[in-house]
Design a protein around this ligand. Structure first.
Ligand SMILES: NC(=O)C1=CN([C@@H]2O[C@H](COP(=O)(O)OP(=O)(O)OC[C@H]3O[C@@H](n4cnc5c(N)ncnc54)[C@H](OP(=O)(O)O)[C@@H]3O)[C@@H](O)[C@H]2O)C=CC1
Ligand SMILES: O=C([O-])CC(=O)C(=O)O
Length: 273
């Protein structure tokens, strides 16, 4: 398999630690798209820590410079990287797993990605990411009248550097504070590194403007907690997930990496589950 990776941060590097054992064999090639200033450090890190991951490596600064044709590309860089890199890959017929799902909250980006996938006969794959139960939601949606309400609860440090800082004194709060209530579109746009799951629920379910979102900073949170409920004429259910944050990024739950790994294993192995 030739795997492309856009981004070389927490998700990408944790994924590379897991890949050799998960796949049981090295990739044919790994192509990494990094920011220009990061290219040399990424090359050194690949040679030092990840030589067992692939038989060949390349590091480029733009997705159209990737050597050969990847079988699959994983975007794990952020909302900006989705609009710069993903439409071109899809138009070229390359399937892409987009982890920064919240980028689709911008209607122009959602339309462009769908148009590009159609034009290239490629698939835009949105992983479940830090949550589960998306399969049932996506199935129920077809029958109509599905309602989704989501609550994202993280320790205060995970909200650092976000607009939550204007509503809450993150360093001093002692109890849980709700600092945002609104739609999934508003949440995904304002919290691009923290509310991608709200976008995933919206896309699998009733859409960005009909998905209710509440965001909470809670010093007692047992990790990054995602709670949501689904009501539909066919079934109703509620989910609560207590995720461990990643060592490399408190905002990102480590299970997100395993969700990406699942997409790759489903692609590389004989069984899809
Ligand atoms: N669907 C889901 O459930 C979840 C989705 N996410 C999404 O995944 C993203 C990545 O998470 P994580 O790995 O923890 O974040 P990190 O910040 O650790 O890593 C992101 C990396 O991507 C790099 N990068 C940014 N823009 C580009 C670009 N245009 N081209 C190439 N590289 C780029 C960054 O470089 P630099 O630091 O130099 O800017 C950084 O090294 C998050 O921003 C979020 O959008 C996260 C968690 C859950
Ligand atoms: O990793 C998580 O817990 C969820 C997250 O950051 C997001 O939805 O963007």
């Amino acid at each position: 398999m030739h795997l492309g990776l856009i981004g070389f941060g927490n998700i990408a590097t944790t994924l590379l630690e897991l890949l050799p054992e998960a796949l049981g064999r090295p990739l044919e090639r790994l192509s990494v798209v990094s920011m220009p200033a990061d290219a040399e450090p990424v090359r050194s890190r690949l040679a030092r820590d990840f030589s067992a991951v692939a038989r060949a490596f390349s590091v480029v600064c733009s997705s159209d410079q990737m050597e050969g044709r990847p079988d699959l590309v994983v975007e794990c860089a952020g909302h900006g990287a989705v609009s710069s890199h993903v439409p071109g890959l899809l138009r070229a017929g390359i399937d892409v797993v987009v982890v920064s799902v919240g980028a689709l909250a911008e209607p122009r980006i959602e339309a462009e990605l769908k148009e590009a996938a159609r034009a290239g006969n490629a698939r835009l794959i949105l992983p479940a990411g830090a949550i589960g139960g998306v399969d049932l939601l996506s199935a129920l949606k077809v029958a109509g009248d599905v309602k989704v309400s989501y609550r994202g609860i993280k320790p205060p440090a995970a909200w650092a550097g976000t607009p939550a800082e204007r509503a809450v004194d993150l360093e001093r709060i002692r109890t849980a504070h709700v600092f945002f209530s609104g739609t999934a579109r508003e949440a995904a746009s304002a919290y691009p590194r923290n509310a991608n799951v709200a976008a995933t629920l919206a896309l699998a379910g009733p859409g960005f403007d009909a998905t209710e979102v509440t965001l909470v900073a809670d010093p007692s949170a047992p990790g990054n907690v995602h709670e949501y409920s689904v009501a539909s004429p066919l079934a109703s259910y509620a989910v609560r997930i207590e995720n461990r944050p990643s060592a490399g990024n408190a905002k990102t739950s480590v299970s997100t990496v395993y969700s990406v790994l699942r997409e790759i294993r489903n692609r590389a192995g004989p069984l899809v589950i």
